[in-house]
Design a protein around this ligand. Structure first.
Ligand SMILES: [Zn+2]
Length: 380
């Protein structure tokens, strides 16, 4: 493969030359606070950072307590279910479902939008976890050919398929909310592990609302042979995201409870939840590819933030170093699921390479890139 992404491949001894000793953040992302790099502006900020997810991942938690949440759920209760829980088969949403059922004693309705590239292990986990907990589970699918055309179009033209997945998620929430009258959605998003404090635009490459999504689809509708008829049939899919954003309250439970990896692992083992031996994000066949693409463009991926947050708080620098080494030495060539994913959405390897080059090329003007040029010197 012609895509070289090992831009930052580091030997063990070079590792700390560019990294904060306390949180392992590279100094091209967060400046050191002393010449030795004992601490940096990430783990030791001058002022408290405001914590905001990108617009489409924003939540309605505010400073709500668990008691407030239970009151809210009771006041909106209709029919047999108390609330919706979106699950993916991944760690966080599986734990949130457990917490809602067993700790908060709610009767949640679990759901998932099937993108066509849900990993086998994620599918198995969703079945096992809902089955073990005795929670009703709805999995949504839409016309396979239409979904495949959308995914292909997004991968080739935008270098991602996340926009399709997000649109499907909002569409599914809308359908379930209308059928059941439920207005409260619990999610497994977690600011503590996932938040990127320093590069606010980092995640905002996917489509952010209905207009944006439709504009992007229109741009490739002809080349992907998407017909007027298909768009008409799937009109709800194309246009229900803004409704959901406005009408359904999105609550990120991990932000409100004591949320520790060791406790999560203990609980998930009891629920027959399986681990794929990769660090995080086993729920989607595209995710490992996305991580590579991010590193190809910027020299780091969103996992950097997840790992640094865990290092500060829970696992310590030695464990963090191992995770980062494993993560940063994987290239596109090493991804066992790449061919399988490309076959699923009908894209050949050459087209894929072009899509990555076109959409994830390093922006020479980016502030991260500028800083990266200077810090590279440390590696020599
Ligand atoms: Zn630091």
């Amino acid at each position: 493969m012609s895509l070289n992404i090992r831009q930052l491949k580091q030997s063990q001894e070079d590792f700390l030359k560019i990294r904060c000793k306390k949180c392992l953040m590279p100094n091209f992302i967060a400046k050191w606070k002393d010449s030795e790099g004992n601490t940096c502006e990430y783990c030791n900020p001058d002022e408290e950072r405001s914590i905001e997810f990108p617009e489409d991942m924003s939540n309605d938690n505010g400073d709500m307590s668990v008691e407030d949440l239970l009151k809210l759920i009771r006041s909106h209760k209709k029919g047999p279910y108390d609330c919706m829980v979106s699950i993916t088969g991944g760690r966080d949403s599986s734990y949130v479902l457990y917490y809602a059922k067993e700790v908060l004693k709610l009767n949640p309705l679990a759901f998932n939008f099937h993108t066509g590239f849900v990993s086998d292990i994620a599918q198995e986990n969703m079945i096992n976890v809902t089955g073990t907990l005795g929670v009703d589970f709805i999995q949504f699918r839409i016309g396979g050919q239409f979904l495949k055309k959308l995914s292909r179009g997004f991968l080739i033209n935008n270098g991602e398929v996340c926009s399709v997945c997000h649109q499907g998620h909002f569409y599914t929430v809308q359908k379930i909310a209308q059928w059941t009258g439920l207005k409260v959605l619990l999610r497994g998003l977690c600011k503590k592990t996932e938040q990127n404090f320093l590069v606010p635009d980092y995640f905002n490459w996917y489509s952010m609302d209905d207009d944006d999504f439709n504009a992007r689809v229109n741009a490739f509708a002809e080349s992907e042979k998407i017909t007027e008829r298909e768009l008409e049939i799937h009109d709800d899919f194309m246009h229900m995201r803004d409704w959901t954003d406005k009408e359904v309250m999105k609550i990120d439970l991990p932000d409100m409870i004591d949320y520790r990896q060791d406790e999560i692992t203990r609980v998930l083992t009891k629920l027959n939840w399986k681990y794929n031996n990769e660090f995080i994000h086993l729920d989607c066949m595209f995710n490992p590819i996305l991580i590579c693409a991010q590193r190809y463009a910027e020299g780091y991926s969103e996992k950097q933030f997840i790992i640094s947050n865990l290092v500060i708080d829970e696992i310590g620098a030695e464990a963090g170093k191992k995770l980062l080494h494993a993560e940063e030495n994987i290239g596109f060539d090493d991804l066992p699921g790449l061919n399988n994913f490309l076959q699923t959405i009908g894209v050949d390897l050459q087209t894929f390479e072009k899509a990555i080059q076109n959409n994830w090329q390093v922006r020479e003007s980016s502030p991260v890139k500028e800083a990266q040029k200077t810090s590279r010197v440390l590696l020599n």
